[in-house]
Design a protein around this ligand. Sequence first.
Ligand code: HEM
Length: 374
Amino acid sequence: MNRQELRLALRMIPFLNELDGDAHGVLQLREKRWLVWHPDVVASLWRNDRTLGHPKSRTLSPLLGNGSMLWMDGPEHAEYRRFIGPALRGRNLVRYEEIIHELVGRTIEELRPGDRVGLAEWTRKLTLRVVGRIVLGVDDDVLLQAFSKWLDRRLGNRARTLAHRFLGRGVPRFDDEVDRMLLDRARNAEPPALAALLPPTNLRDQLVSLLFAGHETTAGATAWTFYWLDRNPELCEEIQAGDEELLTATIMESLRLCPPATLAGNRSTPTGLVLTPSIYLAHRRKESFPDPKSFDPHRFLGKRPPSSHFFPFGGGVRHCLGMDLALLEIRLIVTALLRRRQVRCLRPRSCAPQLRGAAMAPPPGLAMVTTCRP
Ligand code: HEM
């Protein structure tokens, strides 16, 4: 690993911020590894994605397992997508809407008026409950808490992520007890729970991958949306008054400026080049988004930029399977919390984002206080 790669690993956001404004949109990290965010390069990756390789993430593969669908390739990957994709879209969303309503209601009821609650921690608990119910078919807070604890020990902050990535060789990364609880639940799951539909091969890896991919980023996106609404009270009032289109635009603008996945998955060419698309930098190009650092949802009203300029959910053949579910979840959580409670954020002096792996959330110090609506 050379100096550039080390800076990307150790101080990702400051490193990316230094590249912000670089019109080339590509940076060589080492001989055969490039960070890319220029729309022409990204468009070409999405177009040719079927012919590219998708190497494992060195941070996530020891946790999600080598059998995870996140690094399958070719026909095996296409088969998995054909299988899981429909279960996360279309008519199923109507059923998921009911689940989300119920779990959001329960999680809001647990908020004691006046208490300080870490915003990102609260959204993580809620989105894990939602994906837990969708995947396992039941609510099991003991299992979900054990799962969260296990992830926190590895990715809970930058220092732990780095220790896990660089010093963890030989140290067991799986938690046998969490895996046992998950597999027990999966064996007893009934359709339509996803666990009951998954093929038995590498079942543990697929369960962990779905729970991980299905909550961490959605939680970050929801927390960032609340953060921006808190900073823009007039916008918040318009949304509370029921402007649905503005809410959607606000979620999109929040995904642009604070993409919960800062990087899409690696792509490799037959000649051995590895290309990592930087979502964070692509979303901050002034050529794509005038005045890119200002938060302005109006830029999304009635418009959606091309997928090579704006890609919070990645692209090509690995485009996020949970996008529709995630957008539904964020919308329902924001609407329900604003309708039931008055929400105020207590901002720490520095709102430097917290990185968990490559996932970006508000810092743990960003707390919210809710009070009952009169
Ligand atoms: C705001 C929330 C979310 C964001 C920002 C997000 C973002 C992403 C990104 C960037 C990728 C990689 C795409 C690429 O490499 O081109 C991805 C893949 C994936 N996501 Fe999401 N995601 C979100 C929510 C979800 C949810 C709710 C689920 C499922 C319950 C989910 C399931 C997946 C799966 C299974 C993949 C792997 C797809 C593949 O490899 O074929 N995601 N997501």
